[in-house]
Write a new protein. Structure first.
Ligand code: ADP
Ligand code: MG
Length: 570
């Protein structure tokens, strides 16, 4: 990633094949995205390349355009192979490349993936496929059968490499790479760079260039991020309220497991939301069917796992909802990247259980963005919205202007029975409404415990003299026990365990007594130390603040010189 690369403000700066240029302009690509601006020139020069960027940053064109430019349609052999983790992604990449190659009609891009009949794929391969986009397992099958030959291969791409890794494709990939010609350009794209991927790059690539696009460059601007701290209502009721109150086109709702995709989709459907599950165990055809139904508006909510939703490029998603929180900040960034596509406004809403607060903070730290707290809409707000929708529905029907034969019948009925037209309309509305009441009654939500007091003396008795009480943001929920705490503190500060006072472990935090007069430097180091993976975020609850004066802690003698040396080594 050199600083002196030219600016590359426009696709025409790259010296691309003019037909490709025309095609992408027609697709509405005006300016290269950051990964495109950095990666395309390097790929066009023939370098191997490792690209790290989040989903939605435009990686397909970054590797796809240089790749298509290298293809020779005259040679009837496979010249490029792109490996992608799932059928959906392989199809998506293949379609994108077909779009880019729209003005190069003799160039053939063929997707091959598990779950589709071999017959079709064999036929497509026999007809000649300049570019093959496939999932590793099926590509390997075709290579073994001899239906996919790679001796003329000039270009190789691993797309979403980390995802292929986590889906257990490493050995297949190694096998495929081992059977490709040595002289070829290879690029690898991944959102994260685990060691295993770095080692694949080191083993199979020739001094690759590295291009990294900082996290948050995509998600940042167009996605509004909020969280609801689960309180008073259960998650399902909370979610229902949120879904109803938001101005929502379609939402992608993330849950942790395959089983819960189905369970939640059913619960939502019971509440009259148009929801379906999407998970990796569904047959491919079902998954495609579900995505299609979402795209053409037959359903609005997709309940999915991370793997199933990876790379879904659906413009309709106005919302991403974390019903279950993701495991780490990276996963969060991936998830929310599914909304705010194509320059639209996106919304990300996370349902955070109190004990998951630390995760929320970790995400905020990593993304350097704050995730604002939201309150659930109350009954009054919900009802206002329901009434508005009710009125809109009526207006829409009137505007369609096809009121006969009802208009005539009702006029006649009114006259015959001398009915009040409003009463009659209300009667019809009741019938149309069915068993679900139009308005909700308010649920009394107990007041949330006030935000954690800075100094909470009631939490426990005063510390013994000579000691100060500190609070740690790790507790039983994180699986912590006193030994973990003693271990972490002793290691960082050099304090002997007999100088560490009482420890009280609560659900989401712990309290520990430490000798008074902790040097500020050690305090700062200790704050960052992790216990059970969670930063302890040490905070003084009661006792004098830290000191910067040597004398005072020296005289205490607990925080020894040796300990400071150890601490600064950390
Ligand atoms: P990634 O592979 O990084 O997740 P994609 O290549 O799928 O991202 O691109 C995401 C979306 O952005 C696609 O809908 C694509 O058409 C669009 N896109 C990519 N590059 C550009 C660009 N330069 N200008 C406008 N839209 C783009
Ligand atoms: Mg992609």
């Amino acid at each position: 990633m050199s600083e002196d690369t030219p600016k590359n403000d426009s696709f025409s700066d790259f010296g691309l094949n003019p037909r490709l240029l025309e095609a992408i302009l027609a697709l509405g690509f005006e300016k290269p995205t950051p990964i495109q601006a950095k990666a395309m020139p390097l790929l066009l020069q023939g370098h191997d390349l490792v690209g790290q960027a989040q989903t939605g940053t435009g990686k397909t064109a970054a590797f796809g355009l240089p790749l298509l430019g290298r293809m020779d349609p005259e040679i009837k052999a496979t010249q490029a192979l792109i490996l992608a983790p799932t059928r959906e992604l392989a199809l998506q990449v293949a379609r994108a490349l077909q779009d880019f190659a729209a003005r190069l009609p003799s160039l053939r891009v063929v997707p091959i993936y598990g779950g589709q009949e071999y017959g079709l794929q064999l036929k497509a391969l026999r007809r000649g496929a300049h570019v093959v986009v496939g999932t590793p397992g099926r590509v390997m099958d075709h290579m073994r059968r001899g239906s996919l030959r790679l001796d003329a291969l000039t270009t190789l791409v691993l797309d979403e490499a980390d995802e292929m890794l986590s889906m257990g494709f490493v050995e297949d990939i190694e096998w495929i790479l081992g059977h490709c010609p040595k002289e070829r350009q290879m690029s690898l794209f991944s959102a994260t760079m685990p060691a295993r991927i770095r080692s694949i790059a080191a083993k199979h690539m020739r001094s690759p260039e590295r291009v990294q696009i900082e996290q948050g460059t995509t998600a940042a601007t167009t996605i509004r991020q909020r969280h609801w701290m689960v309180w008073g209502l259960n998650k399902l009721d909370g979610l229902s309220r949120i879904l109803e109150a938001e101005v929502l086109d379609a939402a992608l709702i993330f849950v942790r497991t395959r089983v819960s995709t189905v369970a939640l989709a059913e619960q939502l459907a019971d509440r009259d939301f148009r929801a379906s599950a999407l998970h990796g165990d569904m047959p491919q055809s079902m998954r495609e069917h579900t995505v299609r139904r979402l795209k053409n508006g037959q359903i609005d909510l997709l309940v999915a796992t991370d793997v199933a939703a990876r790379g879904l490029d659906i413009e309709r998603f106005s919302h991403v909802i974390n019903y279950d929180m993701p495991g780490d900040p990276d996963a969060y960034v991936h998830r929310i990247g599914r909304t705010g596509r194509a320059g639209r406004e996106g919304n990300a809403i996370s349902l955070v259980a109190p004990r998951e607060r630390h995760l929320l903070r970790a995400i905020e730290r990593t993304t350097k963005q704050s995730i604002e707290a939201m309150e659930l809409p109350n009954a009054e707000q919900l009802n206002a919205k329901r009434i508005k929708v009710f009125k809109q529905n009526i207006t829409e029907v009137i505007e369609r202007g096809e009121l006969e034969p009802f208009l005539g019948i009702l006029r006649e009925f009114c006259d015959e029975e001398s009915l009040d037209p409003f009463e009659m309309a209300a009667a019809l509305a009741i019938k149309a409404q069915g068993n679900v009441p139009l308005l909700v009654k308010d649920v009394v939500i107990p007041p949330r415990k006030t935000a954690r007091p800075r100094t909470d003396r009631k939490e426990r008795a005063e510390p013994e003299s000579g000691m100060a009480c500190y609070r740690l943001e790790v507790g039983r929920d994180h699986g912590v026990n006193p030994n973990h705490i003693v271990g972490a503190i002793a290691k960082t500060t050099g304090l002997q365990s007999r100088h560490i006072g009482r420890i009280k472990i609560n659900e989401d935090h712990s309290l520990v007594d430490l000798p008074k007069g902790m040097p500020a430097k050690i305090f700062q180091q200790l704050k960052r130390v992790r216990v059970c993976q969670v930063p302890m975020e040490l905070r003084l609850v009661s006792g004098p603040p830290t000191t910067t004066k040597r004398k005072s802690f020296k005289s205490k003698g607990h925080f020894t010189k040796k300990s400071r040396r150890q601490a600064s080594k950390k």
